[in-house]
Every structure is written in structure tokens, then in C-alpha cells.
Design a protein around this ligand. Sequence first.
Ligand code: NAD
Ligand code: ZN
Length: 375
Amino acid sequence: MEIKKEVRVKNSGRNNPVEYKNFPMVPRVVFGKGSFAQLSKILMPKRKHSEAPFIFLVDDVFENQELAANIPCIFNDKIIFISAEEEPKTHQVDAIVDLIRSEFSEEPSGIVGIGGGTLLDLSKAVAIMLTNEGGSANYQGWDLVTKPALYHVGIPTISGTGAEVSRTTVLLGPEKKLGINSDFTTFDQVLLDPDVTKGVPKEQWFYTGMDCYIHCIESLTGTYLNAFSQSYGEKSLDLCKEVFLEDLNEEESRDKLMMASWHGGMSIAYSQVGVAHAMSYGLSYLLGVKHGIGNCLVFQYLEEFYPDGVALFYKMMDKHNIILPTGICKDLSDEQYSTMIKVAMGMTPLWENALGENWRDTITEQKLRSIYEKI
Ligand code: NAD
Ligand code: ZN
């Protein structure tokens, strides 16, 4: 199986062997029902001194909830509740960093992100920006971060994105929606407590869960696939099938979806996503459609690219009585279609992964427009 260029640093001829990317992984992880109670113990040795706080960035869905009351907030630690209504933006990251800097003269001991992909991504970005100069938009891209981030911990409260394992934080900037992809982005510690996902509403559970399912389909059918990605992708796909097609009890289902997310994230770390993600980025950029539902809206019409994956997706929708919204693109102007198509077509590695180097033979503006028009 050939390893494609996404995981290859360079291939400089016979005398210089191929060099592969050296991906960082989360060095410490706790998994288990109720493990949230261990957070205090985990953070204690990382406290620099009593004046250096931990900053907890928490999804505001938990404000006045039990989980918030159990956050181990001591000394001058601070909890900042943040809405996950909109996807993370560079100016939002910069504002949080300014707030922390203005309130504390000492560098914090660390950042703890508690929430879904939105809060996890914000937390990674804030941890980076507290030690690197300038605005976060300057770091959107690949390997632009020069200094290690502040110690940062991720605690997912909804499963699917894989943001808990990835080396990226996807941000909407003034000019682009692009991740800060760097070796310093990855969390130093992740805490996986399936119990904290208990309150997720059913539709959202499905959309974010399908993000994971679509990661698997796009990774496993892509041209960048290799044994590393395949091993994680297959495990994740099996878990998704169990969760979304079988009748597991709720506890088992929460446990398995949490691990599906982790494995799905590991799979795409060493390969790439594909058509649904490229087109969903367009929807998100123009209309602010959120990642999970955006992927579903696109994926339902991709039978040409992922026939088996899409057939199974319909089965999963049926089983859980999910009805996707319609008419999202119905009033768009030609100019708006063209913006969306430009954003989607700009995601070259995703198209290359999905269809190979000659992807432009299949993917034309008209083709993408005809799919967007159905949504
Ligand atoms: P999210 O974080 O936006 O949350 C979705 C909704 O679920 C929100 O309304 C939130 O308040 C609610 N929610 C979360 N946990 C809950 C709980 N336990 N109980 C009740 N409600 C809860 O959703 P998401 O799908 O996890 O994340 C999407 C984001 O993740 C996007 O911004 C996307 O770009 C990003 N993402 C990042 C990566 C990465 O590798 N960094 C990968 C995929 C997606
Ligand atoms: Zn995704």
C-alpha cells in the first residue's frame, strides 16, 4: 500500500529514503465512567503556584449544572462559560486571551476545555495564543506555531469530532476557515468520562456521531489510506455500526461512541477526510452551518462517491427517526454558490484523498452546484 504525500515529509530520491511525518499524540489519557472526579488530582501537580490559575473554558450549556459545580476551582482559578452556538472564530480566541492576560499578571498554570468540538478547539487555540505573539489568524495553516502552548487539558462532553486527539484547531478567521495545525496543538491530557455526555440532545448526538462515521468512511475509502489509518478507521467504523444500528444499552452506547470518536480522530490524523468535509466547509463558511449537521446534509447526496457508506447512513437515520432540514440552499444567489464552491474546491488534499490526483476531471463547479442545490 502506497503512503501518499499527506503523511510524507519528502521523497528525495534513492539515496535519501522517504521521510514520514512524526505526529504528536496525546501523552496522557484517562477513560472511565465518573473519571471527571479525578480532575482535581490530575491538575494538582501541574499547578505552578497558588497565583497561577487554571482557566476552565466551559460550554455554557453547563452553567448552573452539576458538572460545573464539580469543577475543581481553587485559589484564583477562573471558569469562563462560552456558548457553542457558533463555530470558533479567531477574534473570539484573541478576545479570550486578552481577557485572561488583563485579569492575571501571572501566566496561568493551564487551560481546561470542557465541551464539544467547539470548546475543545477554542481551548487548544487559547493555550497556544497565551504563549505565542500576535493574533491567532496568523497561525492558521500548517506548522506556523513556534513556541509550545500552555499545558492544556481536553474533556469532551459529546462524542464524534475526534478533536480530543487531533493536532488541529479549526477556526473561522477573517479570510479563511482553517486549522492551526501544529505539534503544539494536541492536548497534554485528555479525560474521557462517558457520563458527561449524558445530557446531549438526540439530534445533536446523531449529527456529531455522524461526523465520526463520516471520518471513517472518508478515511477508509481514500487514496491516502495506509495500515495505520486503516486499523483505527476500521475499529471506529465497527463501533459506529454498533452504536447507531444495534440496540445497545445507553451506558454501553456512550462508552463505545466515545472510543469511536477517539479512533476516528486517530484514523484521519494519518490520512485525510474527503468530499463531505470539503463541501461542508463551504456550507459552514457561507452560512455558518455547523460541522456535524453540515456533514450530514452533504453526505446524504454523495452516493456516487460513497455508495455503501451513504446506504448505511440512511439506515442509521431511519433507525433514529432523524429528519434532516431541507431548503438550506434554496435562496442562494449565483455569487453565494460560487463562494461556497470556491471554498470547497480549495480543499485540495481532501479531494486528492477522495478521488486521486486527477480529481478535477470529476469535480467541476457545475457538479458541486448540483449537489448544493439539493440541500
Ligand atoms: P459543539 O461543540 O458545537 O456542540 C454541539 C451542541 O451540543 C452545542 O449546542 C453544545 O452546547 C451541546 N452540548 C455539548 N455537550 C453537551 C452535553 N453533554 N449536554 C448537552 N448539550 C451538550 O459540537 P461538536 O459537533 O462536538 O463540535 C463541532 C466543532 O468541532 C466544529 O467547530 C468543528 O469545526 C470542530 N471540529 C474539530 C475537529 C478537530 O480535529 N479539531 C474535528 C472535527 C470537528
Ligand atoms: Zn469532521
